[in-house]
Design a protein around this ligand. Structure first.
Ligand code: SF4
Length: 373
């Protein structure tokens, strides 16, 4: 079975009806369970479960500390390019935006790397737009070869690639690959993705299978929160994770929560996710799936991030720049989105430490799992 067939068993409207029909008794039953199914996750996403947020937060904290200890893995995004051949109506890098395009040269990649290294960073997430003619597999392989001597862990968030290309990334030492479906609602997806390869919903959906078959160690998935009803989209995302865990059990899984905000650019999200909604979502994921890596970016506010450190997060970025060359080479190039938490790495680490947590710079999994160094 492939992911398309797996998800086709579910009807969007029926899922939505089920979520909104959950009552407090259903939530109490799920909160007493030792092992949860995806259907239980659906219950924890419901408006009815919002009344149990405090209880859910305590459970999430307990489960996370049991599984991961009091540790937060630190990473920083390294934007290599803002070139993109797609039109996505919500993104600053969209092809129809008349902005100065930039792709870092090899020399510039090294300058950015040295700057991050000086900040004590050992895990980078390479990010680009989706421009196959300039940022392609050869460009990525060269960038990884350059960066390997500076960083212990390299993750990548670029356009969907072919299985053979993911195998090359694996061979090159890439630890994790992130690809977000944005929304699992096919018709709504069409409204936001107007031009380019990304218009192909099914090709994007099947990407995580290609990543899994290439035996990448960690696979990151997620939805862009704000395009559609976050509860239904998140249920589909959990189905996706459930499917992947069964098919590619040797890989680890991560979920991120890119949240659209009304203040960002001119794009107005269709659905607003409040801070307490987002916390409920994070706790629901953790209670359902204790093994999941839960990643929180600097899109979120200082206050929210301070709280979530001890309530389910396992991986966080700090002092991020979302423009190519943003750390040293070209401070003014266009950002993909505005960050909210602007603290320095030192200030972020100090906050983590003050909470009794440790900021882990090195991901030991890369060594235990034999990722090529
Ligand atoms: S979301 Fe990604 S694919 Fe879409 S315009 Fe932005 S960079 Fe390009």
């Amino acid at each position: 079975m492939d992911i398309k067939t797996y998800l086709a068993r579910f009807n969007w409207d029926e899922v939505k009806e089920r979520i909104y029909a959950v009552n407090t008794e259903d939530v109490k039953v799920v909160l007493c369970k030792k092992k949860l199914s995806v259907d239980d996750f659906l219950v924890l996403l419901s408006p009815a479960a919002a009344c149990f947020l405090e209880e859910m937060a305590l459970m999430s904290q307990h489960i996370t500390q049991n599984r991961f200890g009091k540790n937060i893995q630190l990473f920083m995004p390294l934007y290599l390019s803002n070139e993109c051949q797609n039109i996505c109506t919500y993104c600053g890098f969209s092809l129809d935006n008349k902005i100065k395009r930039k792709t870092l040269s090899h020399g510039e990649i090294v300058i950015e790397a040295l700057t991050l290294k000086k900040m004590g960073i050992d895990h980078v997430l390479l990010v680009t737009g989706e421009a196959n003619s300039t940022v392609h597999i050869d460009y990525f392989l060269k960038a990884i070869a350059l960066l390997k001597s500076y960083f212990n862990t390299i993750s990548i968030e670029v356009q969907p690639l072919e299985e053979e290309e993911y195998k090359l990334l694996y061979e090159a030492g890439v630890y994790s690959v992130l690809v977000y479906q944005e929304t699992y609602h096919r018709e709504v997806y069409k409204k936001y993705h107007l031009k380019g390869k990304k218009t192909n919903f099914d090709y994007r959906l099947a990407t995580s299978d290609r990543i899994g078959r290439a035996r990448i160690h960690k696979i990151g998935v997620g939805v862009l929160l704000g395009l559609e009803d976050w509860r239904v989209d998140s249920f589909y995302n959990a189905l996706h994770i459930d499917y992947l865990q069964k098919m590619y059990w040797q890989s680890k899984y991560a979920v991120s929560f890119p949240r659209l905000r009304p203040a960002e650019g001119e794009f107005v999200p269709n659905f607003i996710l409040s801070d307490s909604n987002l916390l409920q979502l994070i706790c629901a994921y953790r209670i359902w799936n204790p093994e999941l890596d839960i990643s929180i970016s600097t899109r979120e506010s200082e206050l929210f991030r301070n709280h979530v450190v001890s309530l389910g997060a396992t991986t966080m970025s700090a002092a991020s720049k979302t423009n190519p060359g943003g750390y040293a080479v070209d401070l003014q190039s266009l950002e993909q989105f505005e960050i909210s938490d602007e603290r320095s790495v030192e200030d972020f680490v100090a906050m983590i430490t003050a909470k009794g947590y440790e900021c882990v710079v090195k991901d030991w999994d890369t060594i235990y799992k034999g990722v090529k160094q």
